[in-house]
Design a binder for this molecule. Sequence first.
Ligand SMILES: O=c1ccn([C@@H]2O[C@H](COP(=O)(O)O)[C@@H](O)[C@H]2O)c(=O)[nH]1
Length: 293
Amino acid sequence: MTIAPQTTTAPFGARLESALATRGRFCAGIDPHAGLLAAWGLEDTVAGLERFALTATEALAPVCSVIKPQSAFYERFGSRGVAVLERVLATAREAGALVALDVKRGDIGSTSQAYADAYLDPASPLCADAVTVSPYLGFGSLSPFVETARAHGGGLFVLALTSNPEGPEVQHARTADGSATPGERVADRVLSHLAALNAAEVEAGSLGSFGAVVGATLADGVVTHADLDFGGPVLAPGFGAQGGTVADIDRIFGPVAPHVLASSSREVLGKGPDAGMLAAAARDANDALAGLG
Ligand SMILES: O=c1ccn([C@@H]2O[C@H](COP(=O)(O)O)[C@@H](O)[C@H]2O)c(=O)[nH]1
Protein backbone atom coordinates (compact mmCIF):
# COMPACT_ATOMS: atom_id res chain seq x y z
CA MET A 1 0.00 0.00 0.00
CA THR A 2 1.33 3.47 -0.84
CA ILE A 3 0.85 6.35 1.57
CA ALA A 4 -0.28 9.61 -0.03
CA PRO A 5 2.15 12.48 0.64
CA GLN A 6 1.04 15.24 3.00
CA THR A 7 -0.81 17.98 1.15
CA THR A 8 0.01 21.64 1.72
CA THR A 9 -3.41 22.75 0.47
CA ALA A 10 -6.42 22.55 2.78
CA PRO A 11 -8.77 19.71 1.82
CA PHE A 12 -11.42 20.53 -0.77
CA GLY A 13 -14.28 19.87 1.68
CA ALA A 14 -13.01 22.50 4.12
CA ARG A 15 -12.34 24.99 1.32
CA LEU A 16 -15.79 24.44 -0.14
CA GLU A 17 -17.48 24.77 3.24
CA SER A 18 -15.83 28.15 3.69
CA ALA A 19 -16.73 29.25 0.14
CA LEU A 20 -20.37 28.21 0.61
CA ALA A 21 -20.56 30.22 3.82
CA THR A 22 -19.07 33.37 2.34
CA ARG A 23 -20.31 33.32 -1.27
CA GLY A 24 -23.40 31.12 -1.32
CA ARG A 25 -24.71 27.94 -2.88
CA PHE A 26 -25.11 28.90 -6.52
CA CYS A 27 -22.71 27.26 -9.00
CA ALA A 28 -22.39 28.85 -12.43
CA GLY A 29 -21.75 26.54 -15.35
CA ILE A 30 -19.56 27.99 -18.08
CA ASP A 31 -20.93 26.03 -21.05
CA PRO A 32 -20.33 27.83 -24.35
CA HIS A 33 -23.13 26.25 -26.42
CA ALA A 34 -23.12 27.24 -30.11
CA GLY A 35 -26.62 28.66 -29.64
CA LEU A 36 -25.47 30.87 -26.76
CA LEU A 37 -22.51 32.16 -28.78
CA ALA A 38 -25.02 33.18 -31.49
CA ALA A 39 -27.33 34.78 -28.91
CA TRP A 40 -24.39 36.83 -27.64
CA GLY A 41 -23.58 37.95 -31.22
CA LEU A 42 -20.43 35.83 -31.40
CA GLU A 43 -19.20 33.46 -34.09
CA ASP A 44 -18.90 29.75 -33.42
CA THR A 45 -15.09 29.93 -33.59
CA VAL A 46 -12.22 29.74 -31.11
CA ALA A 47 -12.26 33.54 -30.89
CA GLY A 48 -15.99 33.49 -30.13
CA LEU A 49 -15.49 30.73 -27.57
CA GLU A 50 -12.73 32.70 -25.86
CA ARG A 51 -14.73 35.94 -25.72
CA PHE A 52 -17.80 34.13 -24.38
CA ALA A 53 -16.04 31.98 -21.81
CA LEU A 54 -13.82 34.72 -20.39
CA THR A 55 -16.63 37.32 -20.28
CA ALA A 56 -18.84 34.87 -18.39
CA THR A 57 -16.07 33.77 -16.04
CA GLU A 58 -14.92 37.31 -15.26
CA ALA A 59 -18.52 38.30 -14.47
CA LEU A 60 -19.56 35.22 -12.50
CA ALA A 61 -16.45 33.98 -10.68
CA PRO A 62 -16.23 36.94 -8.26
CA VAL A 63 -19.78 36.31 -7.01
CA CYS A 64 -19.93 32.49 -6.98
CA SER A 65 -18.43 29.94 -4.64
CA VAL A 66 -17.93 27.49 -7.50
CA ILE A 67 -17.61 27.75 -11.27
CA LYS A 68 -18.30 24.61 -13.33
CA PRO A 69 -16.96 24.64 -16.88
CA GLN A 70 -18.19 21.74 -19.02
CA SER A 71 -15.10 20.42 -20.82
CA ALA A 72 -17.01 19.18 -23.89
CA PHE A 73 -17.76 22.69 -25.11
CA TYR A 74 -14.03 23.51 -25.18
CA GLU A 75 -12.83 20.13 -26.49
CA ARG A 76 -14.98 20.50 -29.61
CA PHE A 77 -12.51 23.18 -30.77
CA GLY A 78 -9.50 20.89 -30.25
CA SER A 79 -6.28 22.00 -28.58
CA ARG A 80 -7.08 25.71 -28.99
CA GLY A 81 -10.39 25.17 -27.22
CA VAL A 82 -8.65 23.33 -24.40
CA ALA A 83 -6.26 26.30 -24.11
CA VAL A 84 -9.33 28.51 -23.56
CA LEU A 85 -10.49 26.11 -20.85
CA GLU A 86 -7.10 26.48 -19.14
CA ARG A 87 -7.62 30.26 -19.12
CA VAL A 88 -11.13 29.83 -17.68
CA LEU A 89 -9.70 27.73 -14.84
CA ALA A 90 -7.01 30.29 -14.07
CA THR A 91 -9.37 33.27 -14.33
CA ALA A 92 -11.96 31.72 -12.02
CA ARG A 93 -9.40 30.79 -9.39
CA GLU A 94 -7.78 34.26 -9.53
CA ALA A 95 -11.24 35.68 -8.77
CA GLY A 96 -11.45 33.49 -5.66
CA ALA A 97 -13.91 30.89 -6.94
CA LEU A 98 -13.35 27.17 -6.68
CA VAL A 99 -13.52 25.27 -9.96
CA ALA A 100 -15.39 21.99 -10.41
CA LEU A 101 -14.39 20.79 -13.85
CA ASP A 102 -17.20 18.76 -15.40
CA VAL A 103 -15.50 15.99 -17.39
CA LYS A 104 -17.25 12.86 -16.03
CA ARG A 105 -14.14 10.72 -16.38
CA GLY A 106 -13.76 7.10 -15.29
CA ASP A 107 -11.80 4.14 -16.68
CA ILE A 108 -9.75 1.17 -15.53
CA GLY A 109 -7.55 2.19 -12.63
CA SER A 110 -4.30 2.65 -14.54
CA THR A 111 -5.97 5.05 -16.98
CA SER A 112 -7.90 6.78 -14.20
CA GLN A 113 -4.52 7.70 -12.72
CA ALA A 114 -3.62 9.59 -15.89
CA TYR A 115 -6.96 11.42 -15.80
CA ALA A 116 -6.43 12.20 -12.12
CA ASP A 117 -2.99 13.61 -12.87
CA ALA A 118 -4.49 15.76 -15.64
CA TYR A 119 -7.27 17.26 -13.52
CA LEU A 120 -6.12 17.13 -9.89
CA ASP A 121 -2.34 17.55 -9.89
CA PRO A 122 -1.35 21.21 -9.50
CA ALA A 123 1.49 20.63 -11.97
CA SER A 124 -1.09 20.22 -14.76
CA PRO A 125 -2.45 23.26 -16.64
CA LEU A 126 -5.91 21.66 -16.42
CA CYS A 127 -5.82 21.24 -12.64
CA ALA A 128 -9.14 22.10 -10.97
CA ASP A 129 -10.27 22.08 -7.35
CA ALA A 130 -12.65 19.21 -8.06
CA VAL A 131 -13.67 17.05 -10.97
CA THR A 132 -16.77 15.05 -11.90
CA VAL A 133 -16.20 11.30 -12.26
CA SER A 134 -18.27 8.28 -13.26
CA PRO A 135 -18.35 5.21 -10.97
CA TYR A 136 -19.81 2.93 -13.62
CA LEU A 137 -16.59 0.96 -14.12
CA GLY A 138 -16.97 0.06 -10.44
CA PHE A 139 -16.43 2.46 -7.55
CA GLY A 140 -13.01 0.96 -6.83
CA SER A 141 -11.79 2.05 -10.28
CA LEU A 142 -11.95 5.61 -8.92
CA SER A 143 -9.22 4.93 -6.32
CA PRO A 144 -6.54 6.85 -8.30
CA PHE A 145 -8.82 9.89 -8.31
CA VAL A 146 -9.41 9.51 -4.56
CA GLU A 147 -5.71 9.18 -3.74
CA THR A 148 -4.69 12.06 -6.03
CA ALA A 149 -7.43 14.29 -4.61
CA ARG A 150 -6.24 13.49 -1.08
CA ALA A 151 -2.63 14.19 -1.98
CA HIS A 152 -3.38 17.65 -3.39
CA GLY A 153 -6.42 18.90 -1.46
CA GLY A 154 -8.77 18.23 -4.36
CA GLY A 155 -12.29 16.91 -4.47
CA LEU A 156 -14.55 14.65 -6.50
CA PHE A 157 -18.19 14.77 -7.50
CA VAL A 158 -19.24 11.21 -8.29
CA LEU A 159 -22.28 10.59 -10.50
CA ALA A 160 -25.01 9.11 -8.29
CA LEU A 161 -28.49 10.22 -9.43
CA THR A 162 -28.04 12.39 -12.49
CA SER A 163 -30.50 15.01 -13.71
CA ASN A 164 -31.26 13.38 -17.08
CA PRO A 165 -34.31 11.12 -17.58
CA GLU A 166 -32.17 8.20 -18.86
CA GLY A 167 -30.19 7.86 -15.62
CA PRO A 168 -32.54 5.52 -13.68
CA GLU A 169 -31.94 2.60 -16.08
CA VAL A 170 -28.47 2.23 -14.57
CA GLN A 171 -28.63 4.18 -11.32
CA HIS A 172 -31.79 2.50 -9.96
CA ALA A 173 -30.60 -1.00 -10.92
CA ARG A 174 -29.75 -3.43 -8.12
CA THR A 175 -26.28 -4.73 -7.35
CA ALA A 176 -25.60 -8.33 -8.36
CA ASP A 177 -25.76 -11.51 -6.30
CA GLY A 178 -22.23 -12.13 -5.08
CA SER A 179 -21.44 -8.42 -4.65
CA ALA A 180 -20.72 -7.03 -1.19
CA THR A 181 -24.30 -5.81 -0.79
CA PRO A 182 -26.50 -7.80 -3.20
CA GLY A 183 -29.78 -6.15 -4.13
CA GLU A 184 -28.79 -2.64 -3.07
CA ARG A 185 -29.70 0.14 -5.51
CA VAL A 186 -26.57 1.17 -7.44
CA ALA A 187 -26.99 4.86 -6.59
CA ASP A 188 -27.32 4.07 -2.88
CA ARG A 189 -24.15 1.99 -3.07
CA VAL A 190 -22.36 5.01 -4.56
CA LEU A 191 -23.59 7.19 -1.68
CA SER A 192 -22.43 4.56 0.86
CA HIS A 193 -18.96 4.52 -0.68
CA LEU A 194 -18.87 8.32 -0.42
CA ALA A 195 -19.86 8.20 3.25
CA ALA A 196 -16.91 5.90 3.93
CA LEU A 197 -14.49 8.17 2.05
CA ASN A 198 -15.71 11.22 3.98
CA ALA A 199 -15.70 9.62 7.42
CA ALA A 200 -12.32 10.96 8.59
CA GLU A 201 -13.02 14.55 7.53
CA VAL A 202 -16.50 14.41 9.09
CA GLU A 203 -14.97 12.99 12.28
CA ALA A 204 -12.60 15.98 12.31
CA GLY A 205 -15.59 18.34 12.09
CA SER A 206 -15.35 19.28 8.42
CA LEU A 207 -17.36 18.75 5.27
CA GLY A 208 -15.91 15.83 3.34
CA SER A 209 -14.10 16.26 0.03
CA PHE A 210 -15.99 13.51 -1.80
CA GLY A 211 -19.27 14.70 -3.22
CA ALA A 212 -22.14 13.29 -5.24
CA VAL A 213 -23.91 14.50 -8.36
CA VAL A 214 -27.62 14.45 -7.63
CA GLY A 215 -29.93 16.24 -10.05
CA ALA A 216 -32.18 19.12 -9.05
CA THR A 217 -34.80 17.42 -11.20
CA LEU A 218 -35.45 14.23 -9.18
CA ALA A 219 -39.05 13.24 -8.53
CA ASP A 220 -40.41 12.73 -5.02
CA GLY A 221 -39.28 9.53 -3.35
CA VAL A 222 -36.21 8.87 -5.52
CA VAL A 223 -33.82 9.53 -2.64
CA THR A 224 -34.28 10.17 1.08
CA HIS A 225 -32.77 13.07 2.98
CA ALA A 226 -31.05 10.49 5.22
CA ASP A 227 -29.30 8.87 2.23
CA LEU A 228 -28.05 12.27 1.12
CA ASP A 229 -26.42 12.80 4.53
CA PHE A 230 -23.14 11.13 3.46
CA GLY A 231 -20.84 13.81 4.83
CA GLY A 232 -19.83 15.43 1.56
CA PRO A 233 -21.14 18.10 -0.79
CA VAL A 234 -23.73 17.62 -3.51
CA LEU A 235 -23.47 19.05 -7.00
CA ALA A 236 -27.06 19.54 -8.18
CA PRO A 237 -27.20 20.25 -11.91
CA GLY A 238 -30.55 20.71 -13.59
CA PHE A 239 -31.28 23.92 -11.71
CA GLY A 240 -32.70 26.38 -14.26
CA ALA A 241 -32.92 25.24 -17.88
CA GLN A 242 -33.74 21.62 -16.99
CA GLY A 243 -36.60 22.72 -14.75
CA GLY A 244 -35.11 22.55 -11.25
CA THR A 245 -36.19 25.38 -8.92
CA VAL A 246 -35.34 26.65 -5.44
CA ALA A 247 -38.41 24.76 -4.20
CA ASP A 248 -37.01 21.56 -5.75
CA ILE A 249 -33.66 22.05 -3.97
CA ASP A 250 -35.60 22.39 -0.71
CA ARG A 251 -37.81 19.36 -1.47
CA ILE A 252 -35.05 17.01 -2.63
CA PHE A 253 -32.29 17.97 -0.21
CA GLY A 254 -34.08 19.28 2.91
CA PRO A 255 -31.61 19.44 5.82
CA VAL A 256 -28.51 18.85 3.66
CA ALA A 257 -29.29 21.88 1.44
CA PRO A 258 -26.48 23.90 3.11
CA HIS A 259 -23.98 21.58 1.36
CA VAL A 260 -25.71 21.60 -2.02
CA LEU A 261 -24.39 23.50 -5.03
CA ALA A 262 -27.35 24.35 -7.23
CA SER A 263 -25.78 24.44 -10.68
CA SER A 264 -27.11 26.25 -13.72
CA SER A 265 -25.44 26.87 -17.05
CA ARG A 266 -27.79 27.87 -19.89
CA GLU A 267 -30.21 29.87 -17.75
CA VAL A 268 -27.61 32.13 -16.16
CA LEU A 269 -25.52 32.41 -19.34
CA GLY A 270 -28.64 33.54 -21.19
CA LYS A 271 -28.48 36.77 -19.16
CA GLY A 272 -25.26 37.76 -20.96
CA PRO A 273 -23.29 39.22 -22.53
CA ASP A 274 -23.85 42.10 -20.11
CA ALA A 275 -21.51 41.45 -17.15
CA GLY A 276 -23.76 43.27 -14.70
CA MET A 277 -26.77 41.15 -15.68
CA LEU A 278 -24.77 37.94 -15.34
CA ALA A 279 -23.49 38.87 -11.88
CA ALA A 280 -26.94 40.05 -10.76
CA ALA A 281 -28.48 36.72 -11.79
CA ALA A 282 -25.89 34.81 -9.75
CA ARG A 283 -26.40 37.07 -6.73
CA ASP A 284 -30.19 36.61 -6.96
CA ALA A 285 -29.79 32.83 -7.08
CA ASN A 286 -27.44 32.89 -4.09
CA ASP A 287 -29.96 34.97 -2.15
CA ALA A 288 -32.87 32.69 -3.04
CA LEU A 289 -30.93 29.58 -1.95
CA ALA A 290 -29.50 31.10 1.23
CA GLY A 291 -32.31 30.30 3.64
CA LEU A 292 -32.74 26.63 2.79
CA GLY A 293 -31.91 23.75 5.11
O1 LIG B 1 -26.56 14.93 -13.86
C1 LIG B 1 -25.98 15.81 -14.51
C2 LIG B 1 -24.61 15.98 -14.48
C3 LIG B 1 -24.05 17.02 -15.15
N1 LIG B 1 -24.79 17.86 -15.89
C4 LIG B 1 -24.10 18.98 -16.56
O2 LIG B 1 -24.55 20.20 -15.95
C5 LIG B 1 -24.76 21.19 -16.94
C6 LIG B 1 -26.23 21.54 -17.01
O3 LIG B 1 -26.44 22.60 -17.90
P1 LIG B 1 -27.82 23.42 -17.97
O4 LIG B 1 -27.61 24.33 -19.13
O5 LIG B 1 -27.97 24.18 -16.68
O6 LIG B 1 -28.90 22.44 -18.18
C7 LIG B 1 -24.20 20.62 -18.24
O7 LIG B 1 -22.83 20.97 -18.29
C8 LIG B 1 -24.35 19.13 -18.05
O8 LIG B 1 -23.40 18.41 -18.79
C9 LIG B 1 -26.16 17.70 -15.94
O9 LIG B 1 -26.89 18.46 -16.59
N2 LIG B 1 -26.71 16.67 -15.24
